[in-house]
Write a protein that binds this ligand. Structure first.
Ligand code: MF3
Ligand code: CO
Length: 301
């Protein structure tokens, strides 16, 4: 059972104008979030999907997520330094385990819904959730996504990068570059009082312009106080639809862009790894982004 997000705001406990604001600022509600809540309620009455209060991060939450992201990005930097042809993907998992422990964090992937490793390593036609293994050896010409997520003091960071192993065929290099541009096009649309669908469509149009497709079944998510929060973030969406963006929301932009068809299937042996249906290459970059008063701030990349 879940509550209809369109009417959640009206169910939230009524706060008196002179009561302390729900955000924990210590200020009176009327001089803190009252106008903000009323603005959201107006959109909800018009039938839009709006964020519930628990998706709005406080200053303390944002500081916590940023500290977690310092670890996440240090890991991806270190992977970038060390990754090379001949290396196996378990060695990437080892880097994640080592840096996370050194910096006092916890790998969010490990044990998540039974996931067996600390990071996802997805190569070529693997779309996501590739499982590190000492039997998977990187070779010249591979493209690989390393998707890393960290917990620090209960705060979650999540981002992923593509790495090209040595000389990569030009069509795949282009896929990697255009996928990064897709994320940048999406970021340009991240502004308060716009819609997630504005962002998703910008991502999608850029992929389509280059003849690529975007996976529909798997998308991004709210993130920060939990690994996967609402909303589900689609990159095949219509402008003016999906959840309203408001300051304090944190979510990921992480399109999976395929050279060929958007269709995918899941590995029947390990139950995790997702592949392209046609065996063509797929790329993904992921950032975690905060909606601010006038646009966005990247938290993890
Ligand atoms: N890091 C992935 C994401 O971007 C989630 C991986 S879940 C795992 O949302 F269990 F496969 F690790
Ligand atoms: Co994610």
């Amino acid at each position: 059972m879940i509550t209809n997000p369109r009417i959640l705001t009206s169910l939230s406990k009524k706060i008196g104008r002179n009561d302390p604001c729900w955000c924990g600022s210590g200020r009176k509600y009327k001089s803190c979030h009252q106008a903000f809540d009323e603005r959201i309620a107006t959109y909800a009455r018009q039938g839009h999907i709006v964020p519930s209060r628990k998706l709005i991060k406080t200053e303390k939450d944002i500081e916590g997520i940023k500290k977690s992201a310092v670890i996440n990005m240090a890991i991806l930097d270190e992977v970038g330094e060390k990754i090379h042809a001949g290396m196996n993907t378990q060695e990437i998992d080892d880097i994640v385990t080592r840096i996370t422990a050194q910096m006092g964090g916890i790998p969010a992937d490990l044990g998540f819904e039974g996931y067996p490793k600390s990071v996802c390593t997805s190569i070529n036609n693997e779309v996501c959730h590739g499982i590190p293994s000492k039997n998977v050896i990187l070779k010249e010409g591979d493209i690989i996504n390393v998707d890393c997520s960290t917990i620090l003091h209960g705060y979650f960071s999540d981002s992923s990068r593509m790495y090209c192993i040595g000389e990569v065929r030009p069509e795949w290099k282009k896929l990697v570059d255009v996928t990064k541009e897709c994320v940048e096009k999406g970021l340009e649309q991240v502004k308060p009082w716009k819609f997630m669908g504005d962002m998703g469509d910008a991502v999608h149009q850029h992929a389509l312009k280059h003849g690529y497709s975007i996976v529909e079944e798997i998308g991004g998510h709210g993130c920060g106080n939990a690994f996967h929060e609402d909303p589900f973030v689609s990159y095949v969406s219509t402008p003016g639809t999906e959840m309203l963006m408001v300051p304090g929301m944190v979510f990921t932009i992480e399109p999976m862009v395929n050279m060929g068809v958007p269709d995918i299937y899941v590995d029947e042996h390990n139950g995790w790894t997702v592949y392209t249906a046609d065996g063509q290459a797929s790329a993904q970059w992921e950032v975690e982004v905060l909606v601010t008063e006038d646009g966005y701030e990247l938290l993890s990349w």
